[in-house]
Structures are given as structure tokens and as C-alpha cells.
Design a protein around this ligand. Structure first.
Ligand code: XMP
Length: 323
């Protein structure tokens, strides 16, 4: 019979057995799966684990601090944070095409992560043999059930490391579904903001700016997104909504009247959806007064935004994200 307590005990014992006195690395994304996987491994092997968090500058307001402060406080994990904002912004300069953005963000992410890994190995020696992954049961089924090793090419060779590093994988969530992962995370004492987090795409706000990604636009979108999230939470709607992308139409301008006169600013799109699995979705029928509050606050508080619009398209035909 299944209890979160027995799952944790079983996994802790298995991880200790697997790792012995060697060392492991885990990448944190800010999402539920990697956080719970890391917390479990931390419980099993403590300071033999080092976590890496790549800050690509495309996170929402407060999310990086959540990992840096709250996650570390809850788990006591050893964390290496890489501030790579400038690198990502430079790589994204002049790029508007969504798939191109994804490719660039994915590529830079791997490079930064590998560099961090190489630095950790250079510091701690060759005993770093394991890579923790937050693979869930549905991922296992989808990929045909295979397990094994990750072959990681080291582009940034530090101190005479082998060209190809072989890591064995630790996947403590392989038998679990999402709701079970949340229960395990809760039992491990992780904060609600991490355990109950709605899905958020890896490329982050980079694919929520229609147009070129710049620091200025990111800051603007971060403000609008924070207001929308704050009001949805205050209205008690977090559990009803699957996720609510907030999108900046940076290449579109519209006329408004604000303060002393005419403005020529950008629209913000709200895209609240309900869904079971993100394969299909419907637009959420949010209460008008909540929408009104969000709209008023965004247009009052966010510079250069003079219009808030609501996306009322289901998926299909519209995807959840705009890019
Ligand atoms: P769409 O927009 O395709 O999104 O309806 C379905 C789900 O996937 C998320 N999404 C992504 N997640 N990298 C990710 O890790 C991506 O490039 C990406 N694109 C979309 C989206 O937020 C939704 O939950």
C-alpha cells in the first residue's frame, strides 16, 4: 500500500545504496519535479549532492529568489547559482522567431550547465558520478521505459577532464505521477509556492514576448505577470486555473489615453486556461471583477502598457502559449 512516507523511505534507502560515498549533481529549474527529486536525494546523501541553478534572466518575478532562498532554507541543499542573464540576452539579440528562440535558449542552457558541472568536478574530484533527473512515470512510458546513463559532452574542459563524462542517472520519481510528486514534496517540507506551482515553460518569458527579447521588455512583462498572479491568487483561483500565460505583444502598438494625454504603447494578453494535461485546453471563464482588477492595475502600474486583452481561444486551435 502506497503512502508518501513509504515512498520516501524506500527511495532514500535505494539512493544511498546506489551512490555510496560518491557524489551527485542535480539541475534545478524552479519547477516541481526537479525540486522534489533534489530534495529526496538531499535527504538520502546530504552534502554529497550539489545542485545547479542556471538563472537565464527569463524567469518571473521572485522565482529565482524562491530557489535561492526558500528551497535552500527548506532542504539545506548545497546550491551553485549561475547568473547567465547577459549571456542569454546577448544570444537572443535580434531574434523574433519562436523556434529560433527555443533553440538558442536550449543551446545556451546546456553550455552553461555543463560549464557549471565541469567546475564542480574540478573542485570536488572524479567522484562526481551521478546526475539527478526529475523524470516522472508518464515520461518513462512515453520514452519507452529505458533507463541508463547520460553521456554528456564537455565543451568546457576544465583541468584535464575526460572529453566525454559518463554520468549514471538517479531518477527517484520514475514511478510517480504529478500529484504524487506534489505529496512527496509536501511531506519533505518544501514550500507550497514550489510544490503547487503551475506549469511554466523552460524557455520562460523568452517565449512570452512576441518580438525580440530585451531586458527592458522582460522587466515590463515581469511586472504585468506579477500583478496577474497576485490577483488570481488573492481571488483564490490558483487551483481552478491550469496556467495563465501573460504575454507582451512587443511588436504591436496601440493608442491610449493615460495621465496627461495620448500614449502609444503595447498590449498585454491574459491567457488563463483550464486543462487536464495541456494537450487540450479551454479558456477559463474568470470572474469579470477579477479581470477588471488585473486590467486596471496593469495599465496603471506598468509603464508602456495601455491595453489588456483576454484570449478566449480553446486549444485546439490555439496553443496555450502564444509562441
Ligand atoms: P502549448 O503552447 O504547446 O503548450 O499549448 C503546452 C504546454 O507546454 C508548455 N510549453 C513548453 N514547456 N518548453 C517547455 O518546457 C517549451 O518550449 C514549451 N512550450 C510550451 C506550455 O506552458 C504548456 O504547459
Amino acid at each position: 500500500d502506497w503512502t508518501t512516507g513509504s515512498v520516501i523511505d524506500e527511495q532514500v534507502a535505494a539512493i544511498r545504496e546506489q551512490v555510496g560515498d560518491r557524489r551527485a549533481i542535480c539541475g534545478l529549474s524552479g519547477g516541481v519535479d526537479s525540486a522534489v527529486a533534489a530534495a529526496l536525494v538531499q535527504k538520502a546523501i546530504g552534502s554529497q549532492l550539489t545542485c545547479v541553478y542556471v538563472d537565464h534572466g527569463l524567469m518571473r518575478k521572485g522565482e529565482t529568489e524562491q530557489v535561492e532562498k526558500d528551497f535552500v532554507a527548506a532542504t539545506g541543499v548545497q546550491l551553485k547559482v549561475v547568473d547567465a542573464e547577459e549571456r542569454f540576452l546577448t544570444a537572443l539579440k535580434g531574434v523574433s522567431d519562436p523556434e529560433q528562440k527555443r533553440k538558442i535558449i536550449g543551446r545556451e542552457f546546456i553550455r552553461v550547465f555543463e560549464q557549471a558541472q565541469a567546475e564542480i568536478i574540478a573542485d570536488e574530484g572524479p567522484a562526481v558520478e551521478f546526475l539527478v533527473q526529475g523524470t516522472l512515470y508518464p515520461d518513462v512510458v512515453e520514452s519507452g521505459g529505458g533507463t541508463g546513463t547520460a553521456n554528456i559532452k564537455s565543451h568546457h574542459n576544465v583541468g584535464g577532464l575526460p572529453e566525454d563524462l559518463e554520468f549514471q542517472l538517479i531518477e527517484p520519481l520514475r514511478k510517480l505521477f504529478k500529484d504524487e510528486v506534489r505529496m512527496v514534496g509536501q511531506e519533505l517540507g518544501l514550500p507550497d509556492e514550489i510544490v503547487q506551482r503551475q506549469p511554466f515553460p523552460g524557455p520562460g518569458l523568452g517565449i512570452r514576448i512576441v518580438g525580440e527579447v530585451t531586458k527592458e521588455r522582460l522587466d515590463l512583462l515581469r511586472e504585468a505577470d506579477a500583478i496577474a498572479r497576485e490577483e488570481l491568487t488573492a481571488a483564490g483561483l490558483d487551483r481552478d486555473i491550469w496556467q495563465c500565460p501573460v504575454v507582451l505583444l512587443a511588436d504591436v502598438r496601440s493608442v491610449g489615453v493615460q495621465g496627461d494625454g495620448r500614449t502609444y504603447g503595447h498590449p498585454i494578453v491574459l491567457r488563463p486556461v483550464s486543462s487536464e494535461d495541456a494537450m487540450t485546453a479551454d479558456w477559463s471563464r474568470l470572474p469579470y471583477d477579477v479581470l477588471a482588477k488585473i486590467s486596471t492595475r496593469i495599465t496603471n502600474e506598468v509603464r508602456d502598457v495601455n491595453r489588456v486583452v483576454l484570449d478566449v481561444t480553446s486549444k485546439p486551435p490555439g496553443t496555450i502559449e502564444w509562441e
